[in-house]
Design a protein around this ligand. Structure first.
Ligand code: FES
Ligand code: FE2
Length: 436
């Protein structure tokens, strides 16, 4: 972000804190239908059309560091394997043998120069080519091995991060991220190591869990001791990007006192990402990437929370910490703490427990007759923007009218457009009028 943009966002922070209502011309957000969180029909549409067509975070190169390494991945439903090829390329395939459908790899992680299905030993190269069929002579003479390689899934890297997309015709990951990819350059994703990756099952719709991280309205009430001392919710500036992505940019409170807040300790041997600009060092700069990634990124960490639907009313939350080099000590883990009573020996950190504590109860309330619709404020516009895009990806005509949200936030409110700037500048020139 250049200095002019930084200065403009700083001015917008003050303007947001001082405004007396939503920006001029910002649409009143119509209520969202309750059934978006409780209808199996809507859930099926999300599964079939959103999670099959979007770029999804799948892993980090540290999980398959050497050529020949592979990992299983099934967070989006279908069993997938991600393979670091002998040729150095990272690829994703359905983990489904082209013979009779057995899984080709059966361990979560491994390393092998060839991928050999355990059932009848059909053998594939790490680029997916079928190169070995025992008793080949018993198959028809014209049996063409070249068209029976492992079926690929689109797979692209952003630095050391691995993303997949089930849609063969999807635009590239960089096009999908658009201006966000440019803003992320200063975070040097190619230098990040994977420090922690844990997952927790939650008893609520995936959107209920994710939306707890898409507005600052709740911060003073849910996080009075953890987030509130670090984040000035009134000076937060939301930005809506094309493709359903969003960003919050909230400075620390003016009376911010590092001695008295529970900010994570940074041992001196932890490196920071030196190229990160002013906001990554001083503010909370959190990105939501459609459909299921939220990460407050800084000069110390890129720590995404990823929300995976596992059924209509359950989801899995992945808590990931990526960071530059942390020296010889234990790896940093922003989101979990040791807890022997948990299956994986870790529990969610306080801040995450605060955000997830009501998920199950919210889901139950939402499934009752007492829940009719969702009115959102301007401050919650990232949530509405996300839902608008959800419907566009599903296809507006495919969604029953009673489940749809109205498309009221126009492109004039999406990056790089921002009508707030003109209003702010006009008010600055007419202080007497603005004060009335
Ligand atoms: S199912 Fe894989 S070799 Fe037969
Ligand atoms: Fe929160």
């Amino acid at each position: 972000m250049n200095q002019a943009e930084i200065d403009r966002y700083k001015a917008l922070m003050e303007w947001e804190a001082g405004r007396k209502g939503p920006p001029e011309g910002f649409p009143d957000l119509p209520d969202m239908p309750a059934a978006r969180y409780t209808s199996s029909e809507f859930y099926a549409l999300e599964q079939e059309r959103v999670f099959r067509k979007s770029w999804l975070f799948a892993g980090h190169i540290d999980e398959i560091p050497e050529r020949g390494c592979y990992m299983r991945w099934h967070n989006a439903g279908d069993p997938i394997m991600i393979v670091h090829g002998i040729d150095g390329e990272v690829r994703a395939f359905y983990n489904t043998c082209r013979h009779r459908g057995a899984p080709v790899v059966t361990e979560d992680r491994g390393r092998s120069p060839r991928l050999i299905c355990g059932y009848h030993h059909w053998t594939y190269k790490t680029d997916g080519t079928l190169v070995g069929v025992p008793q080949r002579q018993d198959f028809p003479a014209d049996f063409d091995m070249s068209c029976r390689g492992l079926l690929p899934v689109r797979c692209e890297m952003l630095g050391n991060l691995i993303f997949v997309n089930f849609d063969e015709d999807a635009a590239s990951l960089l096009d999908y991220l658009g201006p966000v990819a440019d803003e992320w350059e200063e975070f040097q994703f190619d230098k990040l190591r994977l420090a922690a990756r844990h997952s927790f099952d939650l008893k609520c719709n995936w959107k209920v869990a994710m939306e707890a991280n898409m507005e600052v309205y709740h911060v003073p009430f849910i996080h009075p001791e953890t987030v509130a001392p670090l984040v000035d919710a009134h000076r937060n500036v939301n930005t809506l990007y094309p493709q359903g992505h969003g960003r919050m940019l909230a400075p620390a409170p003016k009376d911010f006192d590092r001695e008295n807040v529970r900010a994570i300790e940074h041992p001196p041997e932890w490196q920071t990402i030196e190229t990160v600009g002013e906001f990554g060092r001083t503010a909370t700069q959190s990105y939501t990437i459609f459909p299921n990634w939220v990460a407050p990124i800084s000069n110390y960490f890129v720590p995404p929370l990823i929300f995976w639907p596992t059924s209509l009313d359950t989801c899995r939350l992945e808590l990931i910490t990526m960071a530059p080099d942390w020296g010889e000590g234990p790896a940093p883990d922003l989101w979990t703490v040791p807890d022997e009573s948990q299956p994986n020996g870790r529990a969610m950190a306080d801040l995450i427990q605060e955000d997830t504590q009501f998920g199950e109860a919210i889901q139950q309330s939402m499934e009752s007759q007492g829940f009719k619709s969702v009115p959102l404020s301007y401050q919650e516009s990232r949530i509405y923007h996300f839902h608008q895009h959800l419907d566009r990806v599903i296809g507006l005509n495919a969604i029953p009218a009673e489940l749809r949200v109205e498309q009221v936030i126009g492109d004039e409110w999406k990056y790089p457009n921002d009508p707030r700037v003109a209003q702010m500048e006009r008010e600055a020139k007419e202080p007497a009028t603005a004060a009335e």
